[in-house]
Design a protein around this ligand. Sequence first.
Ligand SMILES: [Zn+2]
Length: 166
Amino acid sequence: MPKRPKTTAAETPKTAAPEAPEPRINPKYACFKLEIRSSTIHRWGIYAGEDIPKRRKVIEYTGERISRRETKRRAEANPGLIYLFTLDKYWTLDGSVGGSGAEFINHCCDPNIVTEIRSGHILYFSDRDIKKGEELTVDYHFSKDVERIPCKCGVTKCRGTINLLS
Ligand SMILES: [Zn+2]
């Protein structure tokens, strides 16, 4: 039987947890210059690297396509991780596997990005003119029936949670 390779403390990465993907943007899916930086909303954020006009495709949300059962399993295994995007009744994209970087766009109750699902693709469009340097945000629309996650977006009309209220 093959022996498990020995792991020493020196070989164990100290910074990134295994479930935290290294933040990066895949330029193949981005239509504008985008930057990734730390965010006051939550860990990482995506910022406009140039002015983005209203109603333009900004980036596609990509990830591993998983079934409803697998979605439930992953959500329960990583309750703090929110890289799961519901595509339709049957499928979810897990942005932590093969994500374009769109999975790092934070939630805001007054977002500047809206999502559209077109032929099995999740597309992020600008909902208004976005200035260079602005953080991109989207409303996660989490179900009111799942565990409530507090929102720290800080806008005046913040509903206090990233879940829907009704
Ligand atoms: Zn909010």
